[in-house]
Write a protein that binds this ligand. Structure first.
Ligand SMILES: CC(C)(COP(=O)(O)OP(=O)(O)OC[C@H]1O[C@@H](n2cnc3c(N)ncnc32)[C@H](O)[C@@H]1OP(=O)(O)O)[C@@H](O)C(=O)NCCC(=O)NCCS
Length: 145
């Protein structure tokens, strides 16, 4: 895995759009929107990201940011994806494991993320030792309706 640096933004954007506009998410990201999102994440304080390459091609990425809490640093994973034609080959699992080991060494006390309840990604993260937090809920309010 390589540490994500700003020069990778364009290839990260291509991977992100290809992955999230495909099943199971079928999102509708434009290249520009995705580029802006990833650029903004990469500018966050305590940003950290990892990229996986196969024969010079970007096939996986993981990114998020650290947040100070009263019991130490927490880390939120904001994006994780593996190229559509490379899924199911162990890449995502290995990336998470190596990333978690790195965060452990840095003294991070808690890692969390948001994903859709009941989606395949929930099973994926459960397999990596994450648990669905029953005692918390995500709240949102739409302003366009
Ligand atoms: C989720 C994702 C990152 C997993 O990466 P991957 O390289 O395909 O996963 P791996 O091959 O490393 O699989 C690791 C484990 O998770 C399991 N797993 C992977 N995809 C799964 C799925 N769709 N449903 C259930 N389990 C799954 C595998 O069976 C494997 O288990 P094992 O270690 O016991 O064999 C990848 O499929 C992806 O990019 N999906 C689209 C984007 C996404 O959903 N991102 C995360 C949510 S925001």
């Amino acid at each position: 895995m390589k540490k994500i640096v700003p020069e990778m933004l364009d290839e990260l954007t291509d991977l992100f759009v290809d992955t999230f506009n495909a099943p199971p998410w079928n999102d509708l990201w434009s290249h520009e929107q995705a580029r802006t999102r990833l650029r903004d994440i990469m500018r966050m304080p305590n940003f950290l990201g990892a990229a996986e390459y196969r024969e010079g091609r970007l096939v996986g990425m993981l990114m998020g940011h650290g947040e100070q809490s009263y019991d130490g640093m927490h880390f939120q994973i904001l994006e994780l994806c593996v190229a559509n034609d490379m899924k199911g080959q162990g890449i995502g699992g290995r990336m998470i494991r190596e990333f978690m080991e790195y965060l452990d060494r840095k003294g991070v006390t808690s890692v969390y993320l948001l994903t859709m309840r009941g989606a395949a990604s929930e099973d994926f993260y459960a397999g990596q030792g994450f648990r669905t937090v029953d005692e918390m809920c995500v709240m949102s309010r739409r302003h366009s309706e």
